[in-house]
Design a protein around this ligand. Structure first.
Ligand code: SF4
Length: 311
């Protein structure tokens, strides 16, 4: 499949079928921690990068194969809201299934009324907010020219006032960057303005190709929860895990996931083992065969091996 991947299992969204609407990498930001590597050229113009009917047809096919989904999640190789027509896709998916639709976005284009309008039918929207000041916004998110911190906050505030679904703000907590008490208090102040339903703390638990990113300490994570909880319900950062059991072609399913983000070897081994219950030999053979294709390579992050695509 070209656009649909997964389902991926995570504690936040349960069994989630991913839909990627973008050619890699199309983004308005160039985040320090991005798992897709450096943004070589900012994309600012919204486009229908691929025919919407083609994407919808893939979703329709995937819904026949994958039952018991908790979410259909639009997320992908860059900033999701660059896809012009996502509102049409959300509306059409909702005609196909009662499974709720989530959109993961950096939120940088929410200052545009047409972008906010396209999201009104989503059941949950998860925009990013990693900084409480312009300086940290520039340091962490490294946005395209014109995408100022104030514009980002105003877009989120405007969206909150129009949107009746669940607004879950994602905060990426980076060790030594935005985990000080001062940075967290600044963040809490803008979260108060936005008034989200929840804040999801997320951690840089996968390698970023561009530079080494540090995990915050347990003490800083607890502190972040304490400070941000003063203004919103905070969901503790948890690592997701994969479920490949319904994959018809293990190698293709895995390629679709790893081309979008690195996967911890331990997590991968568990997901493959779940496909061959009680048969560790088959699990090891499948892992070896996939590595032998030459599509993947192993890199280390925080002392853990990860699978990434060979460039
Ligand atoms: S918004 Fe997402 S895709 Fe874009 S640079 Fe940041 S992490 Fe990467």
């Amino acid at each position: 499949m070209k656009y649909v991947f997964g389902p991926i299992s995570s504690k936040r969204l349960g069994q989630s079928l991913g839909v990627d609407l973008l050619p890699p990498k199309s983004c308005t930001w160039n985040c320090l921690y991005c798992q897709l590597g450096k943004t070589r050229k900012f994309v600012m113009e919204r486009q229908e990068f691929f025919p919407r009917e083609e994407i919808l047809e893939e979703i329709r096919q995937a819904l026949i194969v994958h039952t018991g989904l908790d979410w259909i999640t639009f997320v992908g190789s860059g900033e999701t809201m660059l896809y012009k027509g996502i509102g049409w896709l959300i509306a059409e998916v909702k005609k196909l299934t009662a499974t709720p639709v989530a959109v993961i976005t950096n939120g940088s284009l929410f200052y545009l009324p047409e972008v906010r309008r396209e999201l009104l039918q989503a059941d949950a929207v998860l925009p990013s907010l990693n900084a409480g000041t312009e300086a940290l916004h520039v340091q962490i998110d490294r946005p395209a020219e014109g995408l100022t911190f104030r514009r980002h906050i105003e877009g989120l505030v405007a969206f909150r006032s129009e949107y009746k679904g669940r607004l879950w703000i994602e905060v990426m907590l980076l060790g030594g960057v935005n985990d000080s008490d001062e940075a967290l208090r600044d963040l809490a102040a803008v979260l108060k303005e936005i008034n989200p339903d929840m804040v999801h703390l997320v951690l840089p638990s996968r390698p970023a190709p561009e530079q080494e990113i540090l995990l915050p300490s347990d003490e800083r994570i607890e502190r972040a929860i304490a400070i941000l909880s003063e203004v919103a319900t905070v969901v503790h950062p948890l690592k997701g895990n994969m479920d490949l059991r319904s994959a018809t072609d293990l190698l293709e399913a895995l390629t679709a996931i790893i081309s979008r983000h690195p996967v911890q070897q331990r997590e991968l081994h568990k997901a493959v083992a779940d496909c061959f219950p009680g048969d560790s030999e088959k699990t090891d053979d499948a892992m070896q065969e996939m590595l032998a294709t030459g599509r993947f390579k192993l890199v280390e992050h925080g002392g853990e091996p990860y699978w990434v695509m060979k460039s």
